[in-house]
Design a protein around this ligand. Structure first.
Ligand code: ADP
Ligand code: ZN
Length: 542
Protein backbone atom coordinates (compact mmCIF):
# COMPACT_ATOMS: atom_id res chain seq x y z
CA UNK A 1 0.00 0.00 0.00
CA UNK A 2 1.36 3.34 -0.95
CA UNK A 3 0.32 6.58 0.59
CA UNK A 4 1.64 10.08 0.56
CA UNK A 5 0.93 12.14 3.61
CA UNK A 6 -0.06 15.06 1.47
CA UNK A 7 -3.00 13.15 0.07
CA UNK A 8 -4.98 13.55 3.19
CA UNK A 9 -7.92 11.45 2.14
CA UNK A 10 -5.75 8.39 1.65
CA UNK A 11 -4.02 8.93 4.94
CA UNK A 12 -7.20 9.45 6.87
CA UNK A 13 -8.79 6.24 5.67
CA UNK A 14 -5.78 4.06 6.43
CA UNK A 15 -5.00 6.05 9.53
CA UNK A 16 -8.46 5.43 10.91
CA UNK A 17 -7.99 1.74 10.18
CA UNK A 18 -4.76 1.82 12.17
CA UNK A 19 -6.44 3.53 15.06
CA UNK A 20 -9.18 0.93 15.02
CA UNK A 21 -6.66 -1.88 14.83
CA UNK A 22 -4.83 -0.78 17.93
CA UNK A 23 -5.85 -3.49 20.33
CA UNK A 24 -5.92 -1.33 23.44
CA UNK A 25 -8.35 1.60 23.32
CA UNK A 26 -6.16 3.62 25.64
CA UNK A 27 -3.24 3.40 23.23
CA UNK A 28 -4.13 6.86 21.98
CA UNK A 29 -3.79 8.29 25.47
CA UNK A 30 -0.59 6.37 26.03
CA UNK A 31 1.19 7.70 22.96
CA UNK A 32 0.11 11.25 23.82
CA UNK A 33 1.32 10.79 27.37
CA UNK A 34 4.71 9.48 26.21
CA UNK A 35 5.06 12.35 23.73
CA UNK A 36 4.37 14.91 26.42
CA UNK A 37 5.79 13.39 29.59
CA UNK A 38 8.86 11.61 28.28
CA UNK A 39 9.87 13.80 25.36
CA UNK A 40 8.26 17.04 26.49
CA UNK A 41 6.52 17.82 23.18
CA UNK A 42 2.92 18.97 23.15
CA UNK A 43 2.30 18.07 19.48
CA UNK A 44 3.40 15.55 16.94
CA UNK A 45 5.30 16.90 14.02
CA UNK A 46 3.88 16.40 10.55
CA UNK A 47 4.05 12.78 9.54
CA UNK A 48 5.01 11.35 12.91
CA UNK A 49 1.65 10.31 14.24
CA UNK A 50 0.62 8.25 11.22
CA UNK A 51 3.84 6.23 11.45
CA UNK A 52 3.45 5.76 15.20
CA UNK A 53 -0.12 4.52 14.73
CA UNK A 54 0.81 2.09 11.98
CA UNK A 55 3.53 0.58 14.15
CA UNK A 56 1.28 0.42 17.19
CA UNK A 57 -1.25 -1.49 15.16
CA UNK A 58 1.40 -4.05 14.23
CA UNK A 59 2.06 -3.04 10.61
CA UNK A 60 5.41 -3.08 8.83
CA UNK A 61 6.38 0.42 7.79
CA UNK A 62 8.69 2.05 5.31
CA UNK A 63 8.96 5.76 6.09
CA UNK A 64 10.89 8.35 4.13
CA UNK A 65 11.20 11.57 6.10
CA UNK A 66 13.73 14.36 5.68
CA UNK A 67 16.62 14.76 8.10
CA UNK A 68 15.60 16.78 11.08
CA UNK A 69 11.93 15.97 10.70
CA UNK A 70 11.86 13.80 13.81
CA UNK A 71 12.13 10.22 12.57
CA UNK A 72 13.47 8.82 15.82
CA UNK A 73 10.33 9.68 17.73
CA UNK A 74 8.32 7.61 15.24
CA UNK A 75 9.74 4.41 16.71
CA UNK A 76 10.76 5.59 20.17
CA UNK A 77 7.17 6.30 21.11
CA UNK A 78 5.88 2.87 20.00
CA UNK A 79 8.86 1.28 21.78
CA UNK A 80 7.81 2.88 25.05
CA UNK A 81 4.09 2.30 24.59
CA UNK A 82 4.57 -1.37 23.67
CA UNK A 83 6.76 -1.94 26.66
CA UNK A 84 8.84 -4.92 25.50
CA UNK A 85 12.17 -4.66 23.69
CA UNK A 86 12.75 -2.69 20.52
CA UNK A 87 15.86 -3.49 18.51
CA UNK A 88 17.27 -0.58 16.53
CA UNK A 89 19.77 -1.34 13.79
CA UNK A 90 21.90 1.55 12.68
CA UNK A 91 25.12 1.62 10.69
CA UNK A 92 26.60 4.60 12.48
CA UNK A 93 28.21 3.64 15.75
CA UNK A 94 28.85 7.23 16.85
CA UNK A 95 25.24 8.21 16.23
CA UNK A 96 23.97 5.21 18.14
CA UNK A 97 25.91 6.32 21.16
CA UNK A 98 24.47 9.86 20.87
CA UNK A 99 20.94 8.61 20.60
CA UNK A 100 21.31 6.30 23.55
CA UNK A 101 22.83 9.05 25.69
CA UNK A 102 20.02 11.44 24.76
CA UNK A 103 17.41 8.81 25.62
CA UNK A 104 19.06 8.01 28.91
CA UNK A 105 19.00 11.71 29.80
CA UNK A 106 15.24 11.72 29.41
CA UNK A 107 15.00 8.65 31.59
CA UNK A 108 14.42 6.07 28.86
CA UNK A 109 15.95 2.64 29.42
CA UNK A 110 18.17 2.35 26.36
CA UNK A 111 21.51 0.75 25.63
CA UNK A 112 23.86 -0.09 22.80
CA UNK A 113 26.18 -2.95 22.07
CA UNK A 114 28.87 -2.05 19.58
CA UNK A 115 32.50 -2.42 18.68
CA UNK A 116 33.57 0.94 20.09
CA UNK A 117 32.77 -0.13 23.63
CA UNK A 118 34.54 -2.39 26.13
CA UNK A 119 33.58 -6.00 26.08
CA UNK A 120 32.51 -5.77 29.71
CA UNK A 121 30.20 -2.83 28.91
CA UNK A 122 28.66 -4.78 26.09
CA UNK A 123 28.10 -7.78 28.31
CA UNK A 124 26.48 -5.63 30.98
CA UNK A 125 24.09 -4.09 28.45
CA UNK A 126 23.19 -7.51 27.12
CA UNK A 127 22.40 -8.74 30.62
CA UNK A 128 20.01 -5.86 31.14
CA UNK A 129 18.34 -6.50 27.80
CA UNK A 130 18.00 -10.19 28.62
CA UNK A 131 16.51 -9.35 32.01
CA UNK A 132 13.84 -7.21 30.35
CA UNK A 133 15.28 -4.00 31.73
CA UNK A 134 15.78 -2.21 28.40
CA UNK A 135 13.14 -0.73 26.10
CA UNK A 136 15.53 0.08 23.26
CA UNK A 137 18.68 -1.76 22.23
CA UNK A 138 20.82 -0.23 19.47
CA UNK A 139 22.98 -2.61 17.44
CA UNK A 140 25.07 -2.49 14.30
CA UNK A 141 23.87 -4.84 11.56
CA UNK A 142 26.95 -7.07 11.88
CA UNK A 143 26.32 -7.50 15.60
CA UNK A 144 22.68 -8.31 15.19
CA UNK A 145 23.03 -10.80 12.37
CA UNK A 146 25.37 -13.23 14.09
CA UNK A 147 23.75 -16.58 14.78
CA UNK A 148 24.51 -16.22 18.44
CA UNK A 149 22.83 -12.84 18.80
CA UNK A 150 19.85 -13.84 16.70
CA UNK A 151 19.39 -16.99 18.76
CA UNK A 152 19.58 -15.05 21.99
CA UNK A 153 17.16 -12.40 20.80
CA UNK A 154 14.59 -14.95 19.70
CA UNK A 155 14.22 -15.87 23.34
CA UNK A 156 13.30 -12.32 24.37
CA UNK A 157 10.02 -10.47 23.96
CA UNK A 158 10.86 -8.33 20.95
CA UNK A 159 8.02 -5.95 20.08
CA UNK A 160 9.56 -4.00 17.26
CA UNK A 161 12.59 -4.01 14.97
CA UNK A 162 13.80 -0.72 13.53
CA UNK A 163 16.20 -0.36 10.63
CA UNK A 164 17.55 3.15 10.44
CA UNK A 165 19.27 4.49 7.32
CA UNK A 166 17.52 1.71 5.48
CA UNK A 167 18.57 3.06 2.05
CA UNK A 168 21.89 1.33 2.73
CA UNK A 169 20.14 -1.94 1.91
CA UNK A 170 19.52 -0.98 -1.69
CA UNK A 171 22.00 -1.25 -4.48
CA UNK A 172 20.15 1.66 -5.99
CA UNK A 173 20.58 3.82 -2.94
CA UNK A 174 23.43 6.28 -2.61
CA UNK A 175 25.19 4.40 0.19
CA UNK A 176 24.90 0.67 -0.33
CA UNK A 177 26.41 -1.39 2.50
CA UNK A 178 26.92 -5.10 1.97
CA UNK A 179 26.38 -5.84 5.66
CA UNK A 180 22.86 -4.41 5.31
CA UNK A 181 21.96 -7.09 2.78
CA UNK A 182 21.87 -9.65 5.53
CA UNK A 183 19.01 -7.77 7.19
CA UNK A 184 16.70 -9.07 4.47
CA UNK A 185 16.46 -12.27 6.53
CA UNK A 186 14.81 -10.47 9.44
CA UNK A 187 11.22 -10.79 8.31
CA UNK A 188 11.59 -14.54 7.90
CA UNK A 189 13.36 -14.88 11.24
CA UNK A 190 10.80 -12.72 13.10
CA UNK A 191 7.59 -13.01 11.11
CA UNK A 192 5.43 -11.73 13.97
CA UNK A 193 7.46 -8.65 14.80
CA UNK A 194 6.66 -5.40 12.97
CA UNK A 195 9.63 -3.86 11.20
CA UNK A 196 10.08 -0.11 10.82
CA UNK A 197 12.41 0.81 7.97
CA UNK A 198 13.41 4.46 8.02
CA UNK A 199 15.42 6.73 5.77
CA UNK A 200 15.76 10.34 4.76
CA UNK A 201 16.61 9.60 1.16
CA UNK A 202 14.98 7.14 -1.16
CA UNK A 203 13.49 7.86 -4.53
CA UNK A 204 10.72 5.71 -5.88
CA UNK A 205 12.96 3.03 -7.38
CA UNK A 206 14.92 2.73 -4.16
CA UNK A 207 11.73 2.56 -2.14
CA UNK A 208 10.36 -0.34 -4.16
CA UNK A 209 13.70 -2.08 -3.96
CA UNK A 210 13.83 -1.71 -0.17
CA UNK A 211 10.25 -2.91 0.20
CA UNK A 212 10.83 -5.94 -2.02
CA UNK A 213 13.99 -6.94 -0.16
CA UNK A 214 12.84 -6.46 3.41
CA UNK A 215 9.23 -7.46 3.02
CA UNK A 216 9.11 -10.08 0.27
CA UNK A 217 5.78 -11.60 1.31
CA UNK A 218 3.63 -8.61 2.17
CA UNK A 219 4.26 -4.99 1.20
CA UNK A 220 4.70 -2.55 4.08
CA UNK A 221 2.77 0.65 4.69
CA UNK A 222 4.80 3.31 2.91
CA UNK A 223 4.91 6.86 4.20
CA UNK A 224 6.64 9.51 2.17
CA UNK A 225 6.54 12.74 4.06
CA UNK A 226 5.74 15.63 1.87
CA UNK A 227 4.90 18.30 4.33
CA UNK A 228 3.87 20.88 1.85
CA UNK A 229 0.19 21.69 1.56
CA UNK A 230 0.49 23.90 -1.50
CA UNK A 231 -3.21 24.69 -1.71
CA UNK A 232 -3.15 26.59 1.57
CA UNK A 233 -2.35 30.26 1.12
CA UNK A 234 -0.16 31.52 3.97
CA UNK A 235 -0.09 35.03 5.38
CA UNK A 236 0.83 36.87 8.55
CA UNK A 237 -0.16 40.42 9.43
CA UNK A 238 0.78 42.72 12.24
CA UNK A 239 -2.10 43.07 14.63
CA UNK A 240 -3.67 46.48 14.26
CA UNK A 241 -7.40 46.16 14.69
CA UNK A 242 -8.12 42.46 15.04
CA UNK A 243 -11.85 42.74 14.48
CA UNK A 244 -11.42 44.59 11.24
CA UNK A 245 -8.61 42.25 10.14
CA UNK A 246 -10.70 39.20 10.96
CA UNK A 247 -13.70 40.55 9.05
CA UNK A 248 -11.50 41.33 6.06
CA UNK A 249 -10.77 37.62 5.75
CA UNK A 250 -14.15 36.25 6.80
CA UNK A 251 -15.99 38.44 4.30
CA UNK A 252 -14.03 36.90 1.43
CA UNK A 253 -15.30 33.48 2.58
CA UNK A 254 -19.04 34.11 2.83
CA UNK A 255 -20.99 30.91 3.50
CA UNK A 256 -17.85 28.84 3.84
CA UNK A 257 -16.51 26.90 6.81
CA UNK A 258 -13.63 28.28 8.78
CA UNK A 259 -11.81 28.00 12.08
CA UNK A 260 -10.72 30.99 14.15
CA UNK A 261 -8.17 30.22 16.85
CA UNK A 262 -7.83 32.36 20.01
CA UNK A 263 -5.70 32.00 23.07
CA UNK A 264 -8.31 32.33 25.82
CA UNK A 265 -11.79 31.03 26.47
CA UNK A 266 -13.06 34.55 27.07
CA UNK A 267 -11.71 35.77 23.75
CA UNK A 268 -13.34 32.78 22.07
CA UNK A 269 -16.76 33.81 23.39
CA UNK A 270 -16.15 37.46 22.59
CA UNK A 271 -15.07 36.72 19.02
CA UNK A 272 -17.96 34.37 18.32
CA UNK A 273 -20.38 37.03 19.59
CA UNK A 274 -18.70 39.70 17.48
CA UNK A 275 -18.91 37.55 14.32
CA UNK A 276 -22.53 36.71 15.02
CA UNK A 277 -23.20 40.46 15.30
CA UNK A 278 -21.74 40.83 11.84
CA UNK A 279 -24.15 38.27 10.49
CA UNK A 280 -21.73 35.32 10.40
CA UNK A 281 -22.85 31.94 11.75
CA UNK A 282 -20.15 31.61 14.39
CA UNK A 283 -19.98 29.26 17.37
CA UNK A 284 -17.55 29.08 20.26
CA UNK A 285 -15.70 25.92 21.25
CA UNK A 286 -13.45 25.63 24.29
CA UNK A 287 -12.63 23.29 27.14
CA UNK A 288 -14.52 25.36 29.70
CA UNK A 289 -17.88 24.91 27.99
CA UNK A 290 -20.57 22.51 28.98
CA UNK A 291 -19.80 19.23 27.19
CA UNK A 292 -23.24 18.96 25.62
CA UNK A 293 -23.15 22.44 24.12
CA UNK A 294 -19.61 21.93 22.90
CA UNK A 295 -20.46 18.73 21.08
CA UNK A 296 -23.55 20.39 19.61
CA UNK A 297 -21.41 23.24 18.26
CA UNK A 298 -18.90 20.84 16.81
CA UNK A 299 -21.65 18.86 15.12
CA UNK A 300 -23.13 21.96 13.56
CA UNK A 301 -19.69 22.89 12.25
CA UNK A 302 -19.25 19.42 10.78
CA UNK A 303 -22.67 19.13 9.19
CA UNK A 304 -23.93 22.62 8.32
CA UNK A 305 -22.67 24.77 5.54
CA UNK A 306 -20.88 28.02 6.28
CA UNK A 307 -20.29 27.68 10.02
CA UNK A 308 -17.28 29.39 11.56
CA UNK A 309 -16.02 27.82 14.75
CA UNK A 310 -14.11 30.03 17.17
CA UNK A 311 -11.93 27.84 19.29
CA UNK A 312 -9.01 27.51 21.61
CA UNK A 313 -6.41 24.96 20.59
CA UNK A 314 -8.57 22.27 22.17
CA UNK A 315 -10.49 22.15 18.92
CA UNK A 316 -9.51 20.02 16.00
CA UNK A 317 -8.23 16.77 17.41
CA UNK A 318 -9.54 14.14 15.08
CA UNK A 319 -11.57 16.62 13.04
CA UNK A 320 -11.43 15.63 9.43
CA UNK A 321 -13.73 18.04 7.64
CA UNK A 322 -12.61 18.28 4.03
CA UNK A 323 -13.95 21.72 3.11
CA UNK A 324 -12.61 24.08 5.77
CA UNK A 325 -11.74 27.10 3.63
CA UNK A 326 -9.85 29.23 6.12
CA UNK A 327 -8.03 29.13 9.43
CA UNK A 328 -7.47 32.43 11.17
CA UNK A 329 -5.18 32.88 14.17
CA UNK A 330 -6.07 35.91 16.26
CA UNK A 331 -3.16 35.04 18.55
CA UNK A 332 0.00 33.19 17.66
CA UNK A 333 0.20 29.52 18.73
CA UNK A 334 3.05 28.16 20.84
CA UNK A 335 5.24 26.71 18.12
CA UNK A 336 5.49 25.98 14.42
CA UNK A 337 4.50 22.38 15.17
CA UNK A 338 1.21 23.57 16.64
CA UNK A 339 0.77 26.08 13.84
CA UNK A 340 1.29 23.50 11.13
CA UNK A 341 -1.16 21.16 12.78
CA UNK A 342 -3.79 23.89 13.13
CA UNK A 343 -3.55 25.26 9.61
CA UNK A 344 -3.49 21.68 8.35
CA UNK A 345 -7.20 21.51 9.10
CA UNK A 346 -7.85 23.77 6.13
CA UNK A 347 -8.25 22.61 2.55
CA UNK A 348 -8.10 18.87 3.07
CA UNK A 349 -10.08 18.44 -0.11
CA UNK A 350 -7.13 19.92 -2.02
CA UNK A 351 -9.09 23.02 -3.03
CA UNK A 352 -7.64 26.40 -2.24
CA UNK A 353 -7.83 27.57 1.35
CA UNK A 354 -6.17 30.25 3.40
CA UNK A 355 -4.27 30.37 6.66
CA UNK A 356 -3.90 33.82 8.08
CA UNK A 357 -2.37 34.90 11.38
CA UNK A 358 -2.12 38.11 13.36
CA UNK A 359 1.01 38.84 15.26
CA UNK A 360 2.17 41.53 17.64
CA UNK A 361 4.30 42.38 20.62
CA UNK A 362 1.86 41.12 23.19
CA UNK A 363 2.02 37.67 21.64
CA UNK A 364 5.73 37.38 22.18
CA UNK A 365 5.48 38.60 25.75
CA UNK A 366 2.58 36.35 26.62
CA UNK A 367 4.10 33.26 25.09
CA UNK A 368 7.41 33.86 26.84
CA UNK A 369 5.56 34.23 30.12
CA UNK A 370 3.71 30.97 29.53
CA UNK A 371 7.00 29.17 29.09
CA UNK A 372 8.45 30.68 32.25
CA UNK A 373 5.35 29.82 34.26
CA UNK A 374 5.55 26.14 33.36
CA UNK A 375 7.03 24.06 36.13
CA UNK A 376 9.87 22.67 34.12
CA UNK A 377 13.60 22.21 33.84
CA UNK A 378 15.81 25.03 32.53
CA UNK A 379 16.77 22.84 29.62
CA UNK A 380 13.16 22.35 28.60
CA UNK A 381 12.42 26.06 28.98
CA UNK A 382 15.37 26.94 26.81
CA UNK A 383 14.12 24.57 24.18
CA UNK A 384 10.63 26.05 24.31
CA UNK A 385 12.03 29.56 23.93
CA UNK A 386 13.95 28.39 20.87
CA UNK A 387 10.82 26.87 19.45
CA UNK A 388 9.03 30.16 19.96
CA UNK A 389 11.95 31.95 18.27
CA UNK A 390 11.35 29.79 15.21
CA UNK A 391 7.71 30.81 15.12
CA UNK A 392 8.63 34.48 15.45
CA UNK A 393 11.12 33.95 12.64
CA UNK A 394 8.24 32.67 10.54
CA UNK A 395 6.15 35.74 11.39
CA UNK A 396 9.01 38.04 10.45
CA UNK A 397 10.03 36.06 7.38
CA UNK A 398 11.53 38.19 4.63
CA UNK A 399 11.55 35.29 2.14
CA UNK A 400 8.80 32.91 1.06
CA UNK A 401 6.88 31.93 4.18
CA UNK A 402 6.33 28.35 3.05
CA UNK A 403 10.04 28.03 2.55
CA UNK A 404 10.62 29.06 6.17
CA UNK A 405 7.89 26.75 7.43
CA UNK A 406 9.06 23.71 5.48
CA UNK A 407 12.70 24.34 6.27
CA UNK A 408 11.80 24.01 9.92
CA UNK A 409 10.54 20.49 9.22
CA UNK A 410 13.55 19.62 7.10
CA UNK A 411 11.98 20.10 3.68
CA UNK A 412 13.31 22.47 1.05
CA UNK A 413 11.62 24.64 -1.52
CA UNK A 414 12.62 27.90 -3.16
CA UNK A 415 9.43 29.93 -3.47
CA UNK A 416 5.81 28.92 -3.44
CA UNK A 417 4.00 31.77 -5.16
CA UNK A 418 1.09 31.21 -2.78
CA UNK A 419 2.02 33.25 0.28
CA UNK A 420 1.89 36.93 1.15
CA UNK A 421 5.65 37.35 0.86
CA UNK A 422 5.87 35.73 -2.57
CA UNK A 423 2.99 37.87 -3.74
CA UNK A 424 4.23 41.12 -2.21
CA UNK A 425 7.97 40.82 -1.86
CA UNK A 426 9.25 42.41 1.28
CA UNK A 427 11.37 45.50 1.09
CA UNK A 428 14.24 45.30 3.52
CA UNK A 429 15.57 48.64 4.66
CA UNK A 430 18.78 49.37 6.47
CA UNK A 431 17.73 50.30 9.97
CA UNK A 432 21.07 50.43 11.73
CA UNK A 433 20.68 54.12 12.66
CA UNK A 434 17.14 53.61 13.94
CA UNK A 435 18.22 50.51 15.83
CA UNK A 436 21.06 52.39 17.51
CA UNK A 437 18.65 55.15 18.53
CA UNK A 438 16.15 52.70 20.01
CA UNK A 439 18.82 50.66 21.79
CA UNK A 440 20.36 53.82 23.25
CA UNK A 441 16.97 54.97 24.49
CA UNK A 442 16.51 51.58 26.17
CA UNK A 443 19.91 51.79 27.85
CA UNK A 444 19.57 55.44 28.84
CA UNK A 445 16.25 54.82 30.55
CA UNK A 446 17.76 52.00 32.61
CA UNK A 447 16.39 48.96 30.70
CA UNK A 448 13.17 49.14 32.70
CA UNK A 449 10.51 50.26 30.24
CA UNK A 450 8.32 48.67 27.63
CA UNK A 451 8.05 49.59 23.98
CA UNK A 452 5.30 52.21 24.41
CA UNK A 453 7.39 54.38 26.70
CA UNK A 454 10.56 53.99 24.63
CA UNK A 455 8.63 55.09 21.56
CA UNK A 456 7.27 58.13 23.44
CA UNK A 457 10.82 59.04 24.41
CA UNK A 458 12.11 58.60 20.85
CA UNK A 459 9.29 60.67 19.42
CA UNK A 460 9.65 63.43 22.01
CA UNK A 461 6.20 63.01 23.55
CA UNK A 462 5.28 64.89 26.70
CA UNK A 463 3.67 62.30 28.93
CA UNK A 464 3.44 62.22 32.71
CA UNK A 465 5.66 59.18 32.80
CA UNK A 466 8.39 61.03 30.89
CA UNK A 467 8.07 64.08 33.11
CA UNK A 468 8.20 62.00 36.27
CA UNK A 469 11.25 60.06 35.16
CA UNK A 470 12.97 63.14 33.75
CA UNK A 471 13.40 61.41 30.41
CA UNK A 472 13.05 64.60 28.39
CA UNK A 473 16.64 65.35 29.28
CA UNK A 474 18.25 62.19 27.87
CA UNK A 475 20.18 62.38 24.62
CA UNK A 476 17.76 60.31 22.51
CA UNK A 477 14.65 62.25 23.55
CA UNK A 478 12.84 63.39 20.40
CA UNK A 479 15.58 62.05 18.11
CA UNK A 480 13.17 59.68 16.38
CA UNK A 481 10.32 62.12 15.75
CA UNK A 482 10.47 61.62 11.99
CA UNK A 483 9.04 58.11 12.26
CA UNK A 484 5.45 57.27 13.20
CA UNK A 485 4.48 55.26 16.25
CA UNK A 486 3.61 52.21 14.19
CA UNK A 487 6.92 52.28 12.40
CA UNK A 488 8.75 52.39 15.70
CA UNK A 489 6.63 49.52 16.99
CA UNK A 490 7.57 47.52 13.91
CA UNK A 491 11.23 48.31 14.32
CA UNK A 492 11.30 47.49 18.01
CA UNK A 493 9.39 44.26 17.44
CA UNK A 494 11.91 43.25 14.83
CA UNK A 495 14.76 44.20 17.15
CA UNK A 496 13.28 41.73 19.62
CA UNK A 497 12.76 39.12 16.92
CA UNK A 498 16.38 39.58 15.80
CA UNK A 499 17.53 39.23 19.41
CA UNK A 500 19.03 42.71 19.70
CA UNK A 501 16.57 43.47 22.46
CA UNK A 502 14.79 41.06 24.75
CA UNK A 503 11.70 41.28 26.89
CA UNK A 504 12.39 40.95 30.58
CA UNK A 505 9.70 38.42 31.33
CA UNK A 506 10.76 37.76 34.91
CA UNK A 507 10.37 41.44 35.78
CA UNK A 508 7.77 43.81 34.42
CA UNK A 509 8.21 43.11 30.72
CA UNK A 510 10.71 45.91 30.16
CA UNK A 511 13.07 45.86 27.18
CA UNK A 512 16.67 44.91 27.82
CA UNK A 513 19.75 45.02 25.66
CA UNK A 514 21.22 41.68 24.54
CA UNK A 515 24.85 40.93 23.68
CA UNK A 516 24.01 41.35 20.00
CA UNK A 517 22.37 44.67 20.80
CA UNK A 518 25.58 45.75 22.53
CA UNK A 519 27.53 44.75 19.42
CA UNK A 520 25.33 46.98 17.27
CA UNK A 521 25.90 49.92 19.59
CA UNK A 522 29.63 49.36 19.28
CA UNK A 523 29.30 49.48 15.51
CA UNK A 524 30.06 45.78 15.09
CA UNK A 525 26.67 44.82 13.71
CA UNK A 526 24.10 46.17 11.32
CA UNK A 527 20.34 45.74 11.30
CA UNK A 528 17.91 45.59 8.42
CA UNK A 529 14.19 45.38 8.84
CA UNK A 530 11.02 44.65 6.94
CA UNK A 531 9.22 47.70 5.74
CA UNK A 532 5.53 46.89 5.75
CA UNK A 533 3.45 47.87 2.77
CA UNK A 534 0.67 49.21 4.95
CA UNK A 535 1.86 52.02 7.13
CA UNK A 536 -0.96 53.15 9.31
CA UNK A 537 -0.58 56.10 11.64
CA UNK A 538 2.07 58.14 9.87
CA UNK A 539 1.48 61.23 11.91
CA UNK A 540 4.62 63.21 12.27
CA UNK A 541 4.17 64.40 15.81
CA UNK A 542 2.77 62.63 18.83
P1 ADP B 1 15.75 12.91 12.15
O1 ADP B 1 16.14 11.59 12.74
O2 ADP B 1 14.53 12.84 11.30
O3 ADP B 1 16.86 13.65 11.48
P2 ADP B 1 15.42 13.65 14.88
O4 ADP B 1 14.63 12.48 15.30
O5 ADP B 1 16.84 13.72 15.28
O6 ADP B 1 15.28 13.85 13.32
O7 ADP B 1 14.66 14.96 15.36
C1 ADP B 1 15.03 16.24 14.93
C2 ADP B 1 14.68 17.25 15.98
O8 ADP B 1 13.26 17.43 16.05
C3 ADP B 1 15.13 16.87 17.36
O9 ADP B 1 15.72 18.01 17.95
C4 ADP B 1 13.87 16.50 18.08
O10 ADP B 1 13.97 16.78 19.44
C5 ADP B 1 12.84 17.38 17.40
N1 ADP B 1 11.49 16.81 17.44
C6 ADP B 1 11.13 15.57 17.08
N2 ADP B 1 9.81 15.38 17.24
C7 ADP B 1 9.31 16.54 17.72
C8 ADP B 1 8.00 17.00 18.10
N3 ADP B 1 6.92 16.21 18.00
N4 ADP B 1 7.88 18.26 18.53
C9 ADP B 1 8.96 19.05 18.62
N5 ADP B 1 10.20 18.70 18.30
C10 ADP B 1 10.40 17.46 17.85
ZN1 ZN C 1 5.81 31.75 -0.80
Amino acid sequence: MYCILRRKAVVSASHLADCAAMSDPSTFDKKQAVLKNVFGFPNFRPGQEAVVDALLSGKDVLAVMPTGSGKSLCYQIPALVLGGLTIVVSPLVALMQDQVSALQLTGVLAGTINSSRDRSDNIAVWRRAAAGELRLLYLSPERLMTDRMLGAITRLKVDLIVIDEVHCISQWGPAFRPEYEDLTRLKTLFPEVPIAALTATADEVTRSDIAARLFPKRPPRVFVAEFDRPNIHLSVEMRRDWKQQLMALVSTHADESGIVYCLSRRKTEETAAFLADQGVTALPYHAGMDGFERTANQNRFLTEKGVVIVATIAFGMGIDKPDVRFVFHIDIPGSLEAYYQEIGRAGRDGQSASASMLYGFDDIRMRRQFIEQEESTDERNRREHKRLDALIGYCEAATCRRRVLLAYFGDRIEKCGNCDVCQNPITLADGTTEAALALSAVVDTGELYGAAHIIDVLRGASTQKIARAGHQSIATYGQGADLGKEEWRTIIRQLVAANLLRLDIEGYGGLKLTDDGGALLRGEKTFSYRVYAVKPDRKRKP
